[in-house]
Design a protein around this ligand. Sequence first.
Ligand SMILES: C[S@@+](CC[C@H](N)C(=O)[O-])C[C@H]1O[C@@H](n2cnc3c(N)ncnc32)[C@H](O)[C@@H]1O
Length: 352
Amino acid sequence: MADPAHEPVAAMAGGGLYNRHSGLQHANLQSALPLLAAAARIIGEQSHGPVAIVDYGASQGRNSMVPMATAIDLVRLRDAERAVQVVHTDLPSNDFASLFALLDRDPASYVAGRDNIYPSAIGRSYFDQLLPSGSVDLGWSSNALHWMSHSPVDVADHGWAVFSQSADARAAVDAVLADDWLRFLTSRRAEMRPGGQLICQFMGRGPDSHGFEWMAGHYWQSIVTLRDEGWLTDAETQRMTAPSAGRSLVQVAAPFASNIVPELMLDHLSLVESPDPYWDEYRQSGDAARLGWQWAHMMRAANGPNLVAALDPSRDPDMLLDLLVDRLAARIAADPQRSLAFNVLLAIRRVA
Ligand SMILES: C[S@@+](CC[C@H](N)C(=O)[O-])C[C@H]1O[C@@H](n2cnc3c(N)ncnc32)[C@H](O)[C@@H]1O
């Protein structure tokens, strides 16, 4: 059950919006595909019978199509007819209709041209066990695990508590990150069969700086502008503290270092600089307005719902999101930069 003491974290913007504005996340997950491919090969060789693949934090599915197709094909190298069950999980508020429409009709669907594939979905937080014990062969999670179970503290000086001047606020974030990570690992340990593999990619924290400061700063300043223009109250602005933060490698490795989850083996852990496909395109085109438009729409698709949840009930959310996109796009166009951010990549195996 969701904890009634905490405001639920909102899923990505519905109506397929996240699917249309997640090119950055698509670029991010590429660096984890070799880990997924290696894990899928091992699963295919070691196990027999139907295979269960779980996609944790799938959203509307566009970015899951290539990873799932890759895993299915490698699992089936030895037996082309092998039944594969693919379970997409996300929060209850997720736009699962867009996911199923894509699976059913889009040429990019991993179901297209493949038989004996059984997709399904679960609308529940992955900080709980979602599937029967010992039933999962291969887990995958991209661009999701930096979302916390809840925001531990609302801060007045930034849109993310991890960037606040308050050391107490940053410590509260770290405490939730640690607790969430342990809950995620404990739940997966229960679900994975011995020999099962789990591959994750999510936003990390760099060695010298957290990363994502440029975009997070402009996003926050756009909200401040709306407040100064009279569109938002101070209380709404403070409630907009986003429930996400990157983990350092030390934070990710902590449960393994202290052997709290002895059944899970950390086979791979690394931190890589995130790609910036919007910047790459801008370098070709020189079109700063398009750079601003791309970032602003991606931020709306990913962060808009949590921002809307902070509004007073009398507000017009779409109008305010339009204003936010406008202000943010203008700021980015006036300050084009390559975003410096980091991705954690990891591979975990259940050994017992
Ligand atoms: C940025 S999207 C990533 C979607 C997709 N995997 C990708 O790579 O583009 C993050 C997803 O994680 C989901 N999410 C966040 N917290 C979650 C939780 N506790 N349980 C399940 N899903 C969660 C969000 O609802 C959202 O759909």
